[in-house]
Design a protein around this ligand. Structure first.
Ligand code: PEP
Ligand code: MG
Length: 578
């Protein structure tokens, strides 16, 4: 038995065998073979298993994710059926008397060299990425080391990895991936936000996890405390099994409890809306009783695809969300790519400080064609519901005006082409201190603002949100952050526009009382937290929270001191919030 302590990143407790997610060593050595016919048969057997796997993955992607993702796997299946590709490998086996793995690797390497010698367009670059992926899958079977991926674990596991990436996480199914442990990462890194959305208990920043946990070790992940127990004693297993059952009972009770929009003090309740990453998340949002969608992180749609989704594919995804939300407000954020969310198909220069670099709206301006595609898809989808569009990581008023102008241009073009477009409210994310400080200047230019406290915190505290080494300094509940939030809420209300928080703070029981006291109009949280957020807010006395909020912004302390202060003030009200 061994116990580790990391950063508690996604609530819940899980027990399951470890499944190490590592890059596989699939290096190929040339082998001479005696019987080319048998070797070609072996190649076909490996291809057939790979096709079967890809079909399963494709079906799963269709069910849980989106069409563009499923199409990627269809393209992989098509590569395996490509006669030219197969002929080249077979010919090499026959003529050179080499083994199938070497022949496959050589054909793929030749293809790569050929492409690199030319200037590949987008389409061929995607194809190269696809061919490499498929080749690795077949190679894995030929070498007796099948690819490890969450899709292939057909029993419940705890994924143990060095650094969790958003593109990995988007593939996880909570019925198989019961928990996640990673060496690196912070509480609001994007992969963690996704694991929270998927309700997978997660502990990050557990340095040495990957090197000291073996495949098959029984692992307990406690996403509430950050504790990870490897090969627990029988007594520990029994205790945690009981805790899991208790957690499930509490969640069922919360989901079943009828939620009315009145508070103990009869004040109007703020809106409680949902953060989603894919259209398939809408179901959970509706079941949780969300008043709308407060943040659709569209880049997750892009991350789960091997190429930029087309205008029509995006239009369909946005339309699904708007239609399913049936007239409830839906706020869609234009893609926030860059920082810790890189897309292999959007060529961007390597940067020393990606979080301070070409990210979000900045990247949109440097890749205007892709941005226009998204704007067009959004304007067309707006016909189907109550759509608000917001721009991420705005820093200057010029950027906002430029984005609005681009949107107006696309609207004019679509109208000219007689394509229907709908009304859209336009807003910004408040994530940079520059915008927070000058919120009054921005407020007259937008219909609403949404405070992205995950980024605002990292930029105010100068502490990378994904770096466990500065996790102590990454303090969302620091008075400095609250003072800026108060400025933003005041500027919005002075200009009669609404303001929400869509960062993880919206579901933090220590921050909610302060935000209520500041008069925040909407809380946007992951669907799993919606009921808890609503329950807590209903129990809070508004006048008492105003006094509390006023006190917090005058404090000179740290997150810990603010939390201790809030804890004391709302001890009873916050008790049910786990
Ligand atoms: C935020 O920064 O708070 C936010 C909601 O955006 P993201 O977490 O996607 O950067
Ligand atoms: Mg952000």
């Amino acid at each position: 038995m061994k116990t580790f302590m990391g950063i508690a990143a996604s609530n819940g407790i899980a027990i399951a065998p470890a499944f190490r997610l590592t890059g596989l060593n699939l290096s190929v050595k040339k082998r001479s073979i005696e019987d080319p016919t048998a070797e070609i048969k072996r190649l076909h057997a490996a291809i057939d298993v790979s096709k079967d796997e890809l079909l399963i993955i494709k079906r799963k992607a269709l069910k849980d994710l989106s069409h563009p993702v499923a199409e990627v796997f269809q393209a992989h299946i098509a590569i395996l059926a490509d006669p030219v590709f197969l002929e080249k490998i077979e010919l090499m086996i026959k003529q050179n008397g080499v083994d199938a793995a070497f022949a496959l690797q050589t054909v793929v390497d030749d293809y790569r060299k050929h492409l690199q010698a030319t200037t590949p367009d987008h389409q061929t670059r995607y194809r190269l990425v696809d061919v490499n992926d498929v080749a690795r899958r077949v190679l894995g079977h030929l070498l007796g080391r099948p690819l490890a991926s969450s899709f292939q674990a057909d029993y419940p596991v705890i994924v143990v990895t060095h650094e969790l990436t958003p593109s990995q996480t988007v593939q996880f199914s909570p019925s198989l991936v019961r928990g996640i442990v990673s060496d690196m990462g912070g509480q609001t890194s994007h992969a963690v936000i996704m694991s929270r959305g998927l309700a997978i208990p997660t502990v990050v920043g557990l340095q040495g996890a990957l090197s000291s946990i073996h495949d098959g070790d029984i692992v307990i992940v406690n996403g509430l405390t950050g504790e990870v127990i490897v090969n627990p004693t029988d007594a520990q297993r029994a205790t945690y099994t009981e805790l899991i059952k208790e957690d499930q009972r509490r969640n069922h009770q919360l989901m079943a409890s009828k939620q009315e929009n009145v508070r103990a003090d009869k004040k109007r309740l703020p809106m409680i809306v949902a953060n989603i990453g894919l259209p398939s998340d809408v179901d959970g949002a509706l079941k949780a009783g969300a008043d709308g969608v407060g943040l659709f992180r569209t880049e997750f749609l892009f991350l789960s695809s091997k190429r930029l989704p087309t205008e029509n594919e995006q239009f369909r995804a946005y339309k699904v969300v708007l239609t399913q939300m049936a007239g409830r407000p839906v706020t869609i954020r234009t893609a926030d790519v860059g920082g810790d969310k890189t897309l292999p198909y959007l060529r961007a220069a390597t940067e020393a400080n990606p979080f301070l670099g070409n990210r979000a709206i900045r990247l949109a301006f440097s890749q205007p064609d892709s941005f226009r595609v998204q704007l067009r898809a959004l304007l067309r989808a707006a016909v189907y519901g109550k759509l608000s569009v917001m721009f991420p990581l705005v820093t200057t008023l010029d950027e906002l005006k430029r984005a609005k102008q681009m949107m107006a241009n696309e609207r004019a073009k679509l109208t000219h082409q007689h394509i229907s477009v709908g009304d859209v409210r336009v807003g910004i994310m408040v994530e940079t201190p520059a915008v927070a400080v000058l919120a009054d200047q921005f407020a007259s230019e937008v219909d609403f603002m949404s405070i992205g406290t995950n980024d605002l915190t990292q930029y105010v505290m100068a502490a990378d949100r994904g770096n466990q080494q500065v996790a102590d300094l990454y303090q969302p509940n620091n008075p400095a952050v609250f003072r800026l939030i108060k400025t933003v809420i005041g500027a919005c209300h002075d200009n009669h526009i609404s303001v929400s928080v869509c960062g993880e703070m919206a579901a933090d029981k220590m921050a909610i009382p302060i935000l209520v006291g500041m008069g925040l109009d909407a809380f946007s949280a992951n669907p799993r937290s919606i009921n808890k957020v609503r329950c807590l807010i209903k129990r809070l006395n508004h006048r008492k929270m105003v006094t509390l909020a006023n006190k917090v912004v005058t404090m000179a302390g740290t997150t810990n001191q603010v939390e201790a202060f809030v804890q004391q003030a709302v001890h009873n009200e916050a008790q049910t919030y786990k």
